[in-house]
Design a protein around this ligand. Sequence first.
Ligand SMILES: C[S@@+](CC[C@H](N)C(=O)[O-])C[C@H]1O[C@@H](n2cnc3c(N)ncnc32)[C@H](O)[C@@H]1O
Length: 221
Amino acid sequence: MSAQESNNTSPENIPSSESAQHSQEQDRFYDAIDRERLANSLSSTQPIELEIGSGKGLYLIRTASENPDRTYIGMELATKYAREAQEKLDKGQITNAVFLACDAVAVLANDIPDNSVAAVHVYFPDPWWKSKHKKRRVLSDETIVNIERVLKLGGELHFWTDVLDYYEIAIPRIVELTKLQGPKYVPEPPALHAMDFRTHFERRTRLNGLPVYRSKFIRNT
Ligand SMILES: C[S@@+](CC[C@H](N)C(=O)[O-])C[C@H]1O[C@@H](n2cnc3c(N)ncnc32)[C@H](O)[C@@H]1O
């Protein structure tokens, strides 16, 4: 069994009733506060960046504190992770980011306007190993098309994974379905300290000596 298959924090291990419940369009926000937070963030005049599956929030918390002139929206299916990450933002008085407890696939499809965001980040999405479950992957054809739709000219898609199979399936679909330019090479910076990784899953993967497959696409037309 690989590291990913044994990962018991993965939502593949969240009871299916929870996943099913939140995959429905009418239930894509967990409660009104998430809808309000999204509306506030989308009204920002700063460049807006989205993260699909923000997990425990390491990437957005750090990046938002370093870039106060940008607005960040983390979308996370697991309520506990989204709420704990929001608490860290609140404690740190980081006001240019929010974490929404929501189904990011449905929110992207229904609530994010065309040409509205400067970047979409998808880091270590759940692999859904079994063939019959692969259609549940967040980077589906529908999501890929929606990512291109919401990106502004010059906007970027960042997709990293430790699952070669995911990378080898998703990259050709992005190339076939969109006019996004890529995949562009993304170098791996050295980690200067124990938390010097973009996300928790990047940290786990690299500390286990496993490769990370990274890509960047740019909307040029
Ligand atoms: C393997 S974890 C990676 C978390 C984080 N990006 C990282 O690299 O550490 C995948 C995350 O995606 C979330 N997720 C899966 N499907 C989702 C969906 N439809 N909407 C929002 N989040 C989702 C899971 O709950 C989980 O926290």
